[in-house]
Design a protein around this ligand. Sequence first.
Ligand code: COA
Ligand code: AMP
Length: 627
Amino acid sequence: MKDLYEQCRARSLADPESFWREAAHAIDWISPPETIHDPEHGWFAGGTLNTAWNAVDRHVAEGRGAACALIYDSPVTDTVRRWSYAQLLDEVGRVAAMLSARGVTKGDRVVIYMPMIPQAVFAMLACARLGAIHSVVFGGFAPHELAKRIDDATPRVVLTASCGIEGTRTIAYKPLVDAALCAAHHQVESVIVFNRDALPAKIDAPRDHDWEALRSVTAHHPVPPCAPMASDDPLYILYTSGTTGTPKGVVRENGGHAVSLAWTMKAIFGIEAGDVFWAASDVGWVVGHSYIVYAPLLAGATTVLFEGKPVGTPDAGTFWRVIERHRVKTFFTAPTAIRAIRKEDPDASFLGQIGTGALRAIFLAGERADPETIAWAEGHTGLPVIDNWWQTELGAPAIATCFGLGDSRRKRGSAGFPVPGNHFAILGEDGQPVPTGKSGAVAMKLPLAPCAFRSLWNNPEGFAKNFQTFPGYYETGDAGHFDAEGYLHIMGRTDDIINVAGHRLSTGQMEQIVASVDGVAECAVIGADDGLKGQVPVAFIIARAEAPELETLASRAIARVRAELGAVAALKTAYLVPQLPKTRSGKILRNALRKIMSGEDFAPPPTIDDPSSLEAIRSVVHPRAAA
Ligand code: COA
Ligand code: AMP
């Protein structure tokens, strides 16, 4: 059944305004948009709305206050808790009152550096209610990265928790925040700390405030009303890796975001009010923003917030248990998570015992879903496993199988078809479309769908760069091709971004850090294939002739990346090599390094300056094979 999808796609391309006007009816507007799209003002200009109203208050106002909004399932603290929409409204109102008491108003920035606890969701929605712009920073980033984001976003307040629980480890967050604030030039007015029993933090007045104490003090303050936001007012800033060491602050606007996300819940994920949806991601990533917090709540569905890992919390059955226990209808995760489960439980015995309850489909994104992983999951669950492709910049899937429109076509290895509202072209270096089947740059014709970014925070030049290579198109940074049946295949990046366990990281940034280690003359970091995480970074280092403590150079480089970028970088391997393979013009042949790492045979590229450099590296990486 693809007719409905084809109709929607054709309509969205032929008459995007009518298509998105109709979709905008799903949202409660304070004042309706004056135009649907205008090149200067973007989507739904003239309209005002409040995203938190649409995600929370509205459902209560419509008499659905008793319906379940949020389930917190935390195997690491042995907790399951539920909030109805009315209770969620109360919590969001309380946090909004707390923030308001700390002086936060419309347009202020609030940085949220929190683990996967309900307070993170309350905080995001409270910001949205006040019209404050939240910027959630993933907990796996080190203080240095947090400081960069604080300096760029210049928040009035930072919200954090005393600790995160990562599998079996408790990670103190407060010292990380303190270190970041010491390193940052920007001074925040307040830090509000949610103290967890697992590891409470010391509260340093007057800057720091205890979350619960502040909540009690402001308990009788009136709940601040939902601020009217222009459609193009920012809802949040989410930093993502670019090709330099400076993260890019993707700005998400209120109007287009709300309309797009509400549409995707029905059309892609097949979710209606009252259904249970679970995205096993983290609120620090775009998947968490869109599909843990905003989209399920905009749809009036129940969202699951899971604090745990696919394995080890306590075992490889934990995902199936959550799915079965809460009657999850649609589940969204990263291919890495399925690979981790498969590695621990290859025969899916947990799945056999627990079952999949009310589950109807599994969606995978964040990195390429390899056919074997899809085959394993489909084989054992008997359910459709649907790849979908998108990026932080886009905010919602742009390639998928629109399950909610009744489409069931899938081809393993392909991310699916263009989602209505998204117009793809595969372009060659000359900017012209390449023939079907041939690989090229994946570009998207302007205007982008309503959820997509229209600016980068404080970075107009960085934003403009995305549209310079192919005038009239957005350059996604991915390479891929259309096949003869119209499926889109995404094959990898055209830049130095890599995907480690669904986390987007810049090898260029890691190279900058490694190069700053005393004794490093030159280095290259590449993404090597990895059976579990998809890719992992590997560093190749040439030591300076007089390098001190040569024997610890590689481990010092690894430790520096962990200290500066964070544990999430997952750089565990660094080789000292005599030389790097380069072209005659001095460009490092990273592809050759990748092939050496994976043990592939390949002919040295004709542009190589010194073919013996390959053998030298091979003998370091695969010493036994060389012997
Ligand atoms: N706070 C602090 N540290 C964190 C963290 C957080 N929120 N998230 C991850 N880390 C740390 C981990 O503890 C680990 O540290 P270590 O090197 O000391 O072990 C490191 O960062 C890498 O973490 P991770 O990528 O999670 O690897 P892992 O080896 O701990 O777990 C998997 C492997 C497969 C279980 C895990 O990668 C996973 O769940 N992947 C799915 C990812 C996902 O859902 N991505 C969503 C994007 S849409
Ligand atoms: P992020 O902005 O962190 O969501 O990362 C976006 C990048 O992840 C994309 O540009 C792709 O390189 C990669 N990616 C995300 N989803 C997929 C997918 N389904 N298939 C292949 N690559 C993907």
